[in-house]
Design a binder for this molecule. Structure first.
Ligand code: IVH
Length: 678
């Protein structure tokens, strides 16, 4: 047992470590050297090791320690995490200001705005109960996010316990803010990734998101993430009547907040802040893409209210895209996973918005012609927010006459097959069935972060696996053995085990990631999410026809066609079967848990419903615990009858099963009616 002296020393050390952490990571102004800090920290570690009973979850030694997890739990935010409407000019801001006066019901002289930079990172919510950090989650879709507490604990600017020096900690506090990856560190990370032949991050925001969503907190701990608080969720609001005072309290509780939080009383002041922040943009260590303007007084905020996704009382005033001038050294052609030949400008490296740019996609032949870009031209490139840099125009005054016109090759630069451009299409495509470039791109997409997320399995390994004929489709990955990995160049024992483990751990994807990984044309990450939510299971999606697919919100005829032709392709179906044999577990979409009000009841649907596809209706019923069967039997409780019902209606009548309409079904789904009431 620890004696009183040791106990007191542990307390003292914790206090000192916390204080110096705060000076270093929050205030950015350390008082002691790194060596001195390490000595204090090491002494604390040693004492806690000697007396494990003294370890507490909020001790600064407990930032890293949790074991890797298999997946993230989803959590519902107590209050939705909204997003912001954007304005892009002084006029648009003036419109916002007018709405504030009108809807807020206040006079020009009463208006108060709070401005601060709009950080470009990942939004998270931190929950403090009785002053202790107990749960952290990502924003997710604003309603539910992923629980990432152990990862967030590794971020030193997130206090594990609130400082109560100036303000008593509330019983419950939710702090919201942005996790950001410092710009310089981001470039360092990308250089290291590129050197290792791995996929680089497109921007600091993706790097931050990648780090926070690591299953192993030990990896997160190695990333130099910073947390900036910009607001609160649940909090005893009564304490404060405006955002500014709340933010000052948040600062006093030990959080890093922007040094540029300003209280402005007139639109002109807001404009000045915007200009000032814009001018400082290049020099700051953190990526920002605008200024957030919020109405300060809570009573005015309340009067204005919110729309479904964003409050009326705040806007993001976005910076204009950043531009630079450079020279097109060459135009090369890349082959993507769909065989599309994409012209890419190879640029004299140039910095735009704090990021070095050496390539820019030119999309397709027409685009090159329209913008009239020649090899050797001096061009303007622009980077808007976090998107990929783009060539926006040519400085024709710099032409010398030695520039070369780009011509789309008539053969695939990788496999030599004919490249054709079909009528009505912008893309020229390689027709090679066995084009190596297409295969490599498909596989790289399959294992990418947005897909199966086989960590570390970068391009250079995929290229070798393909070239050595170890894999010919994604499923082959799951049949590789250690000895196969060892056949690759520059492969070691440890690395081979790591890669094999990464493939192994990718066997349990969630449905959105799995759908994205398949690389169905036109199905990006967002649509994969939409489809997963709608269909719940891969098997359901696979059997849904083109017609029915278009009933899904956000799915138009083109997307429906590419989905249905993907799943009706025999080769694709074989690969999917093979994935299963290789041990890939086909996921179902984890839905939010609804009250199981229909548990024990069996439904059959017949005919066409007005507001639901049959699949959707089935899945809505199932979400509430019901069983949705495909044929009517004596065990069926309800037959939902739509327009033009089929033989199931006759069966229902014959078997004397209760029939209901769509309206009644909706009432059951909503819980307005109970099944026993019908
Ligand atoms: S306030 C209701 N302040 O922007 C107000 N958001 O489009 C909600 N963001 O998801 C947000 N810096 O991730 C606020 N200083 C700032 C911000 C900020 C970045 C992000 C945040 C949010 C998104 C909204």
């Amino acid at each position: 047992m620890a004696d009183a002296k040791e106990k007191a020393r542990v307390e003292k050390l914790r206090e000192m470590v916390n204080y110096h952490n705060y000076r270093y990571y929050v205030l950015d102004s350390p008082e002691i050297s790194d060596e001195e800090f390490d000595r204090l920290f090491d002494e604390l570690v040693a004492l806690e090791k000697k007396h494990p009973e003294l370890v507490s979850p909020d001790s600064p030694t407990q930032r890293v320690g949790a074991e890797p997890s298999d997946e993230f739990r989803s959590v519902r935010h107590r209050l939705p995490m909204l997003s912001l409407n954007k304005v892009a000019s002084e006029e648009e801001f003036a419109d916002f200001h007018r709405r504030v006066l009108e809807l807020g019901g206040i006079a020009e002289s009463e208006v108060e705005y709070v401005t601060e930079p709009k950080w470009d990172g990942l939004a998270v919510e931190l929950v403090y109960e009785k002053g202790v950090f107990t749960q952290g989650s990502t924003r997710g879709d604003g309603i539910t996010g992923e629980e990432v507490t152990p990862n967030l604990k590794t971020i030193k600017s997130i206090p594990l316990r609130l400082s109560e020096e100036k303000n008593k900690a509330p019983r419950l506090l939710e702090v919201r803010g942005e996790v950001i990856f410092p710009k310089e560190e981001f470039e360092k990370l990308n250089r290291a990734l590129a050197k290792a032949g791995e996929e680089v991050f497109a921007n600091p925001r993706n790097a931050a998101a990648g780090a926070v969503r690591q299953l192993d907190p030990k990896i997160t701990a190695t990333r130099p993430l910073v947390f900036f608080a910009y607001g609160t969720g649940e909090l005893e609001r009564a304490r404060f009547d405006n955002h500014y005072d709340t933010m000052m309290a948040v600062r006093d509780w030990g959080f890093r907040t922007s040094k540029e939080i300003r209280l402005c009383r007139r639109p002109e002041e807001v404009k000045k802040e915007f200009e000032k922040t814009k001018a400082a943009r290049e020099k700051t260590s953190f990526e920002m893409d605008g200024v957030v303007v919020k109405v300060n007084q809570y009573k005015v905020q309340k009067r204005m209210g919110e729309l479904s996704r964003s409050p009326r009382w705040a806007v993001a005033w976005k910076f204009p895209p950043q531009k630079a001038k450079t020279v097109v050294k060459d135009i090369i052609v890349q082959v993507g996973r769909t065989g599309a030949l994409t012209p890419v400008a190879v640029l004299e490296p140039v910095r735009v918005g704090g990021v070095e740019v050496s390539r820019a996609t030119l999309h397709n032949e027409d685009e090159v012609a329209k913008k009239d870009i020649h090899i050797g031209d001096t061009v303007f490139i622009q980077r808007a927010g976090d998107v990929i840099p783009e060539v926006v125009g040519v400085d024709k005054s710099r032409r010398t006459g030695n520039e070369k016109i780009f011509k789309m090759p008539s053969r695939c630069p990788v496999c030599g097959s004919k490249a054709v451009r079909l009528p009505g299409e912008a893309a020229t495509r390689c027709t090679g069935l066995a084009c190596r470039a297409q295969l490599v791109e498909k596989l790289a997409h399959f294992v990418s972060k947005g897909g199966m997320n086989a960590d570390g399995l970068g391009f250079r390994w995929i290229e070798q696996l393909v070239d050595k004929k170890l894999i010919a489709d994604p499923a082959d990955l799951y049949f590789l053995e250690k000895k196969d990995w060892m056949k690759l160049d520059r492969m070691g024992d440890k690395l081979a085990s790591n890669l094999a483990a990464a493939v192994e751990s990718s066997k349990k994807p969630d449905l959105p990631h799995f759908l994205y990984a398949l690389g169905i044309r036109n199905v990006g990450e967002h649509l994969a999410q939409v489809l997963a939510r709608h269909f719940g299971r891969l098997e359901v999606l696979m059997e849904t026809g083109e017609e029915e697919l278009t009933q899904v919100r956000e799915v138009g005829p083109i997307v429906a066609k590419s989905i249905s032709s993907f799943f009706s392709d025999a080769t694709n179906r074989k690969v999917i079967e093979k994935l299963k044999k290789g041990g890939v577990v086909f996921p179902t979409y984890e839905r939010e848990k609804l009250p199981q009000s229909l548990a024990g009841y069996t439904f059959v649907i017949t005919g066409t419903l007005e507001n639901f596809s049959r699949d959707r209706a089935r899945s809505e019923l199932e979400k509430r615990g019901a069983k949705a069967a495909s044929s009517v039997s004596k065990k069926t409780d309800f037959v939902v009858v739509g327009e033009n019902p089929g033989s199931k209606l006759t069966d229902a009548l014959r078997l004397e099963v209760k029939t209901i309409g769509e309206k009644e079904m909706v009432a059951l789904l909503k819980g307005d009616k109970k099944p026993e009431d019908l």
